[in-house]
Each structure stands twice: as C-alpha cells, then as structure tokens.
Design a protein around this ligand. Structure first.
Ligand code: PGA
Length: 247
C-alpha cells in the first residue's frame, strides 16, 4: 500500500516537520507500506536531501516551466535534484488555482522527463444521478495521459480524490462500495490507454477525509493500492495510527 502524506500548507515550521519525519521513519520499521511525504517545497529540500531512510518524497506540485527567467517557480528538475521521487499533479487545490487539463498533461510530461513518478489527482465536484461524474473523471484521466508515450503511461499513479470528500471527516467520506466501483471504473479507463490494455499495472489511490475511523474499511475490498492523506497526516499520533491500521 502507498501512503502519501500531503502536508499541504499545514506544516510551516521545521521543528514540526522534523518530528513528523522522525515518526514516519520509525513507522517504516514496523510497516511494509510505502510512506511518501509531500511537504512544502523548502521543507522537502531540507528533509529529502541526503535522506538515507526508507521514506520517499513527493512534490506537492511542479512548475509548468523548465527553468530560466521564471521567478518563484520550482521545476521538476529541482525537485528531483533534492531527492523527490514523486510529484503530485492536478490536485484539486491546484486545479482551483488555475491548472487546466492541458496544463496538467504538460506537467506530467515534465515530471516524467526528470524521472519523477506522477501522482495524478482526479475527481468530480459532485455526484449526479445521471452518472456524468464518470465521464468527468474519464476526461481528466484521458486528457492527462493520452499525450504520453505508451510506455510512460503505465508509470502514472492515479489518485481518486472526489472534491465532495476533501477536508471533511470520515463520516462524510466515500463509502467503500462507492470506492470499489470507482476504482474498477478508473482501471477500465486506464486499460484503454495502456499498451496491451494492461490495467493491472496501474496503481490507484484514494484521497478525501481518510481518518483512523475509515481507513481500514476503505482499504478492504475496494481494490485501492493506497491513500493520499491530507489533514490526518500532519498529526504524528493520528498518522502513526493510520499507517498501523494498514498493517
Ligand atoms: P484531506 O485531504 O485528507 O484533508 O481530505 C486530502 C487531499 O486533499 O489530498
């Protein structure tokens, strides 16, 4: 199982970041899950550079630029240089700040060009009775992946994060049946895009109010390969509980 801790802008001091990193490192000794931390950019640099532990790091986003006279931009190459191995791309909070499907496709290519594994976030705003949310998610996945070379496509990890579940509590998160249906659907969409139609090679994660109360239920039988966790990942005790629940 992948456990991606999306620290967003919740962690703003290096002391707290170091405490969370220390707890995460200890967890790698008692858990087979793959823990990926996604801190704000400067903190990622401080923790990931010369990191020798089993913890891996993800950028929360990467720039659309590839270097040059672009003040304030952090490129995929910089993230790779300081030790990131993954990049979250297309998070709904970045989409809300202006990232379109076209921009996201380009960022995916930049990430892959620097050897970063993209974690592509997709998810509908609301669910409608006609099932239009399915075509919405299909379009987000297809537009991001179709311009990549076939062998690059299978490297992309998809994180399904319906907006209606983000930043709430376990009680308003998705049910495990709803999640199971969506994971199957996403694998079907990916199968159409993958060479040899091999969807088994894809990893599909879920994110949106994953908490100790629901993580086990969501993991069991839904077919997900892991979780992208926001607010519950920045409290060391809660994060440790989440990781242990998946053991
Ligand atoms: P949340 O955030 O766990 O706080 O809902 C998840 C995310 O936005 O990635």
């Amino acid at each position: 199982m992948f456990i991606v801790a999306n620290w967003k802008a919740y962690v703003e001091d290096i002391g707290k970041a170091r405490r969370l990193f220390a707890v995460s490192k200890r967890l790698t000794h008692v858990s087979k899950n793959k823990i990926i931390l996604a801190p704000p950019a400067p903190i990622l640099g401080a923790l990931a550079f010369k990191n020798k532990s089993r913890i891996t790091f993800a950028a929360q986003d990467i720039s659309l630029t590839t270097g040059g006279a672009k003040t304030g931009e952090v490129t995929a190459r910089v993230y790779a240089a300081v030790g990131a191995e993954y990049a979250i791309i297309g998070h709904s909070e970045r989409r809300a700040a202006g990232d379109t499907n076209t921009i996201i496709a380009e960022k995916l290519a930049h990430a892959l060009a620097q050897g970063l594994v993209p974690i592509l976030c997709v998810g509908e705003c609301i669910r409608d009775d006609e099932g239009q949310y399915l075509s919405f998610v299909r379009e987000e996945i297809t537009s991001a992946i179709k311009t990549l070379a076939p062998k690059e496509r299978t490297k992309v990890i998809v994180a399904y994060e319906p907006l209606w579940t983000i930043g709430k509590t376990a009680a308003s998160a998705i049910s495990s049946n709803e999640l199971a249906e969506m994971v199957l659907y996403i694998r079907k969409v990916l199968a159409e895009l993958f060479p040899g139609k091999n969807a088994a090679r894809s990893s599909v994660l879920y994110g949106g109010s994953v908490e100790p109360e629901n993580i086990r239920g969501l993991a069991g039988g839904s077919g997900v390969d892991g979780f992208l966790i926001g607010h519950a990942s920045v409290d060391p005790h809660i994060f440790a509980t989440l990781v242990k629940q998946l053991n």
